[in-house]
Design a binder for this molecule. Structure first.
Ligand code: SF4
Ligand code: SF4
Length: 165
């Protein structure tokens, strides 16, 4: 089955496409990971990036990230209508993922969360460390939430979360 029919890409497929920054770069700073690999006419990500770190060679071409230019501002996470952009990094042996979030309850620092992979399956537990409510151009603001997890390898899998009551 093709990823488009399946509805998600696997980590292995994304690795083949070169979506992830090198691990040593993820250990240095927060970096943008764009999992938008379909050819669709869209470009808010490139338009919002003031660092010129998101390159689109044509309106329908998938975006490519220049990780050297990325300053980790998260504006692209807030702006992407497809919720296809994440931030990822590794610090002191812990993994971190920044994700768009449009559900209830509202996220708070210290909330425990169930970590979900691209298929929506539970893969562990983590904690919210930085929820921000961000403007995104002409669209409604959206929560952009950073979650910390003990296993840095999980940061390659976690793309959603559920707040535990
Ligand atoms: S995080 Fe900021 S600097 Fe990096 S690609 Fe996104 S908008 Fe550009
Ligand atoms: S804004 Fe999102 S959906 Fe649109 S091209 Fe950029 S990454 Fe893809």
């Amino acid at each position: 089955m093709k990823p488009v029919q399946r509805g998600y890409y696997t980590r292995e497929e994304l690795e083949e496409l070169g979506v992830f920054p090198p691990r040593e770069e993820l250990e240095k700073k927060r970096l943008c990971v764009i999992e938008c690999v379909e050819e669709i006419p869209c470009n808010p990500c490139a338009a919002v990036c003031r660092s010129g770190a998101i390159i689109k060679e044509g309106l329908c071409k998938p975006p490519v990230v220049d990780w050297k230019a990325c300053i980790g501002c998260t504006m692209c996470v807030a702006a992407c209508p497809g919720m296809a952009i994440f931030m990822q990094w590794i610090e002191d042996g812990d993994g971190y993922v920044t994700m768009p979030y449009e559900l209830l309850p509202e996220p708070k620092i210290g909330d425990r969360v169930q970590l979900l992979n691209r298929k929506g399956e539970a893969v562990g537990e983590g904690m919210i460390v930085n929820p921000t409510y961000q403007a995104r151009g002409d669209a409604y603001p959206r929560w952009v939430v950073t979650v910390k997890m003990d296993d840095p390898d999980l940061s390659y899998e976690v793309r959603a979360f559920k707040i535990l009551e």
